[in-house]
Design a protein around this ligand. Structure first.
Ligand code: AFP
Length: 327
């Protein structure tokens, strides 16, 4: 049995990176325990606040955010923290060499109905050691990430992590409270017949995305010549986990539902860490055309359209968009 601690120590990472991953995943154990207690821990319902995106925060969003913030502030390697839930990044230890970004509770509308939620994290290098970090220090493309991962609080708690070009999965053993390695070198098939999209937004999509979904729905009778199947967890972390386990396509595409929003998902807290995991597992991740990991961020809370998963399907969507743009 390989524990997370053993894996981190034997995979030639920097002690700083190992330590920060240990802090984040340690908080994940606490969040997992709170979720197991559910209503009994008095963590359900609204906290009465709105987050920076103008959304109601759930009690556990606030709790998970505070737990991560407190733990990382005490970690000497952490120079600053940016959270989906906070307007501005929080400086931590000026001598730290790492910046940590997280979505403390992805899919939070699932909490009250006892469905899967998760914590997503991304770790970037800090370039101005000795000085307090600022929002601008976090504005680095996703290809600069040193590590990324998520905790999925589902029927069991699973950690997916990418460091040193490898994607690994651990399961939290409820008896020993240790993360145990369950899969090394995770790889995604290039082809799939399963896709995830919130189809209720159809009328807000661009023509090539509408065409793509029309083709999938036509199935065997259409140009794709085979049937496709839909799955939608309503928590990106659950959909991405399914794709790492058995392939598939996930998209939250560009839509015109809300003015001034390029898509629903956040580049720094959701799209970048998930794209690193998916690419390292052999999949693709784009905004429909361009590689997500190459996007130069201009705002820590910016949103981006996301298309990720099995490589050939991601490429097919890009082709539709490129052809459409050339018409
Ligand atoms: P929250 O983090 O606000 O709960 O949003 C979850 C999410 O960003 C992502 O995890 C899901 O894929 C997506 O939203 C679900 O969106 P719909 O509400 O359109 O189903």
């Amino acid at each position: 049995m390989t524990t997370l601690a053993h894996y981190l120590n034997t995979n030639a990472n920097s002690p700083a990176l190992n330590d920060v991953i240990t802090t984040v995943t340690g908080v994940g154990k606490t969040i997992s325990q709170l979720l197991r207690k559910g209503a009994l821990a008095d963590i359900l319902g609204e906290a009465g606040n709105q987050n920076v995106q103008g959304e109601e925060q759930k009690k556990l969003d606030v709790l998970a955010n505070d737990l991560l913030l407190d733990a990382l502030a005490k970690n000497t390697h952490c120079a600053g923290v940016a959270s989906e839930e906070l307007d501005d990044a929080t400086p931590a230890n000026a001598d730290g060499s790492l910046l940590v970004l997280f979505d403390p509770l992805d899919g939070s509308s699932n909490i009250d109905i006892n469905m899967a939620v998760g914590t997503i994290f991304s770790i970037l290098p800090y370039q101005r050691q000795g000085q307090l970090s600022e929002n601008s220090d976090f504005l680095q493309a996703g290809n600069q990430q040193l590590a990324a991962g998520y905790l999925l609080y589902g029927t069991s708690t699973v950690l997916a992590l990418t460091i040193a070009n490898n994607v690994v999965m651990f399961s939290l053993d409820p008896d020993t409270n240790d993360y145990i390695l369950i899969e090394d070198n995770v790889q995604i098939d290039a082809d799939t017949s399963e896709y995830a999209i919130n189809a209720s937004n159809y009328r807000y999509w661009r023509a090539p995305m509408q065409q793509y979904i029309d083709e999938l729905i036509a199935g065997e009778a259409g140009v794709r010549g085979r049937d496709f199947n839909t799955r939608w967890v309503a928590a990106m972390v659950g959909d991405v986990h399914r794709i790492l386990c058995r392939g598939g396509l996930f998209t939250y595409p560009f839509d015109t539902k809300y003015a001034n929003k390029a898509g629903k998902l956040r580049l720094m807290y959701e799209a970048n860490p998930m794209s690193l995991l998916i690419e390292r597992a052999g999949g693709g991740a784009t905004d429909a055309v361009n590689r997500i990991l190459d996007i130069e961020p201009t705002d820590i809370h910016q949103r981006v359209p996301v298309v990720l998963g099995s490589k050939n399907e991601v490429a097919y969507i890009k082709d539709l968009h490129v052809k459409h743009a050339g018409q």
